[in-house]
Design a binder for this molecule. Structure first.
Ligand code: EPZ
Length: 430
């Protein structure tokens, strides 16, 4: 078993470099399937979700070459296979982007249902509604989603999303880039990674307009050709380190960010008494005094991101007074609360609402990451805690955070990776 061991209670000082955005990378890698020629993708984060998707492309027949630590060349020109291997795809949520990309490229796709973090139900009905409107038949049999364009190529059409969905918006963009005619997505999501996917596709020859607004128009083209593209910095990774400094105190310059993407997080930290100074491509976060309570409601962009909800909860646990969080995106994103309680937090959850009574401090405990962002929040709690915190199931965290231990150690955190014999296995054997 591999775990993080954190000796908490140390304020953080120094600089942290932010990596490329996970949720952009996991759509842009499948998007390479649409391109005839070599795509050079730069600023890729080194995380397990990226490795998995690149492996899936290789298994489909793509030529994937590592150029340097953060850059790969991907050439999907010779792929003839639209059936995605089950074992790899089930490990990752973003494997659903392979449906849109393969439909766009071949007019057919066979993809296992996606995996990923468990927040209650995670339907993909809006993705399917879009594919069907574009002329595909979609059904699930033999453990696979089978999608096939009835006339061999997707047709442009108008699609109104019933729910603002990041995944459905990007998946329909992928299916539409090479479609016959114009696709219009109404009530589209506006996250920075949606704009990044549009910019990637446009740089390869697509015609996508309006990404970042709630109406996106995609004029299908005959062909996309190779090029070079650099992924935007990760909004959520940056926000995670901003909240870490808020929880521990100290002063950290968080570099290689787009401050505009962080405004929703910055605004909340300012309300809580944390100083945040915007620079051109960095934010300086400083906390010296006490934290003030506040309320947070998660919403699609530009609202406060659901992917920052557990991390801001860790900070609110240490703020004076009562704070209320309303989760506005997922049905069940409070699975981390029991672990926080082991560390002394006082949180009551009722459905989508969490009421947090601030406490003086967290105390170190043995806890387990239950999903990616919850795991990051547990790291934050451990950094701020008095005593030692051991966090198990860290594979969840490593799905989405490049070098988290090195980055935090670099600003003074006492955090180590410790490998111990697998206690569960030993118990079974015994
Ligand atoms: C993306 O998930 C992200 N994942 C999630 O980040 C993030 O929490 C989420 O967007 C919201 O920002 C990736 O990009 C890989 P949605 P996605 O479709 O696309 C409902 C992380 O921590 N819905 O925007 O799956 C759905 O149940 C991950 O990095 C439908 O009802 O999210 C949810 O309530 C975790 N039908 C809401 O919409 C659908 O067809 C938003 O989901 C699709 C979604």
């Amino acid at each position: 078993m591999t775990k993080y061991v954190i000796h908490g209670g140390k304020p953080l000082y120094g600089e942290i470099d932010i990596s490329g955005a996970k949720n952009a990378a996991v759509a842009i890698i499948p998007a390479a399937l649409l391109v005839d020629g070599v795509c050079r993708i730069e600023n890729l984060p080194q995380i397990s979700d990226v490795t998995l998707l690149l492996n899936i492309l290789q298994e489909l027949g793509a030529d994937v070459r590592t150029v340097n630590r953060t850059t790969v060349d991907v050439d999907c020109s010779h792929i003839r296979n639209a059936r995605v291997p089950e074992e790899l795809a089930r490990k990752i949520r973003a494997s659903y982007y392979l449906i849109g990309a393969l439909l766009g490229r071949f007019g057919s796709a066979e993809v296992p249902p996606p995996g990923g973090c468990d927040f209650g139900g995670r339907p993909i009905d809006q993705h399917i509604k879009g594919f069907v409107a574009m002329g595909a038949n979609v059904d699930v049999r033999g453990g696979y989603i089978h999608a096939k364009a009835s006339n061999g190529r997707m047709n442009g059409t108008q699609i109104y999303l019933d729910i603002v969905s990041v995944g459905a918006t990007m998946n329909i963009m992928l299916a539409a880039a090479l479609a016959d005619g114009m696709t219009i997505i109404e009530n589209a999501a506006k996250e920075p990674h949606i704009v990044d996917l549009a910019n990637f596709l446009n740089s390869m020859g697509a015609e996508i307009m309006g990404a970042g607004t709630d109406v996106i128009k995609i004029r299908g083209v005959e062909r996309l050709t190779g090029g070079t593209y650099s992924i935007i910095p990760d909004q959520i990774e940056a926000g995670t380190y901003m909240t870490a400094v808020a929880a521990t105190g100290g002063e950290v310059l968080i570099k290689n960010v787009i401050p505009k993407h962080l405004e929703c997080i910055t605004a909340k930290l300012l309300e809580m008494g944390v100083d945040v100074e915007e620079r051109d491509d960095a934010v300086l976060v400083r906390r010296t005094g006490k934290l003030t309570r506040t309320n947070v409601k998660t919403l699609p962009y530009p609202g406060f991101p659901t992917d920052m909800q557990p991390q801001i909860a860790a900070v609110l646990c240490l703020a004076e007074g009562t704070s209320v969080i309303t989760e506005g995106v997922w049905d069940n994103r409070y699975r981390y609360v029991d672990e926080f309680r082991r560390m002394g937090a006082q949180i009551q959850v009722d459905g989508k609402i969490a009421v947090i009574e601030g406490v003086e401090k967290f105390t170190g405990a043995r806890i387990q990451a239950c999903d990616l962002r919850a795991g990051a929040a547990m790291v934050i709690a451990g950094l701020a805690a008095q005593g030692t915190t051991e966090i198990g199931h860290i594979h969840h965290i490593e799905r989405g955070y490049e070098d988290i231990v090195r980055k935090l150690s670099g600003v003074g955190a006492d955090i180590r990776v410790v490998v111990t014999p697998d206690e569960d296995k030993q118990a079974q054997v015994g």
